[in-house]
Ligand binder design. Structure first.
Ligand SMILES: CC(C)(COP(=O)(O)OP(=O)(O)OC[C@H]1O[C@@H](n2cnc3c(N)ncnc32)[C@H](O)[C@@H]1OP(=O)(O)O)[C@@H](O)C(=O)NCCC(=O)NCCS
Length: 185
């Protein structure tokens, strides 16, 4: 099967699938939006950056130690790209993975990321059989904090000046979910 047809998880409204070349335009549109990049490391995101990012993702396979793999979040009924969620398989301890997520502004406020992350957790713990999921967020990123707490992740640490963002050191919270905690929910 073509990798671009690969679907990793499904919900009522969404699919988590492999990126494909047709995603570049939409991906560029939301990645280059200043409200999306406000708490992220990148700025002045260019169309060529999006092209190279999507091409790199198309060539990757998920769950390779030391790499970030990006799952495209698409509407189930139309296959339209609306955002992405990422999985970083740690190099030294691949049973622990880090996640991240982004949603195009026009699709925010509908619970899509909550739904996508729920499906991603089931995939991470049941299919990939991981032990622990972690996530870092800028302490000022209230929307991201709400996503992490709504899905039931525990705030495990407040890391002072842990990240260089746009020329400034910023504090981050670390959130976690153990496989055993997910199973008990
Ligand atoms: C972080 C980010 C993905 C959150 O997007 P979001 O749309 O707020 O998150 P969800 O899709 O889960 O939607 C939740 C919101 O929809 C509302 N909602 C509406 N219908 C809903 C439904 N059926 N189910 C659940 N929530 C629903 C919720 O009340 C919630 O709003 P609230 O936070 O004001 O209470 C988004 O702000 C973003 O892309 N930011 C830029 C990238 C970024 O900073 N990522 C974080 C890096 S770790």
């Amino acid at each position: 099967m073509e990798k671009s047809n690969l679907i990793y998880a499904k919900t009522n409204r969404l699919i988590l699938r492999h990126f494909c070349l047709e995603d570049v335009e939409t991906f560029y549109k939301y990645r280059s939006n200043p409200t999306v990049s406000q708490f992220q490391s990148w700025e002045n995101y260019k169309y060529e950056d999006a092209e190279s990012f999507v091409n790199k993702q198309i060539a990757l396979r998920p769950n390779q130690p030391g790499t970030w793999f990006q799952y495209a979040i698409a509407l189930a009924h139309s296959n339209e790209l609306i955002g992405d969620c990422a999985l970083h398989t740690l190099l030294d301890e691949p049973r622990i993975v880090e996640i991240g997520f982004t949603l195009a502004p026009e699709h925010q406020g509908n619970g899509y990321v909550h739904e996508a992350i729920g499906a991603l957790f089931t995939y991470i713990f049941h299919t990939l059989k991981k032990h622990k999921v972690i996530a870092f967020t800028d302490v000022r990123n209230e929307k991201s904090i709400r996503v992490l707490e709504r899905i039931g992740m525990r705030r495990e640490g407040h890391l002072l000046q842990n990240y260089m963002s746009k020329g400034q050191w910023v504090d981050e919270y670390q959130y976690s979910m153990l496989q055993s905690e997910w199973a008990e929910r």
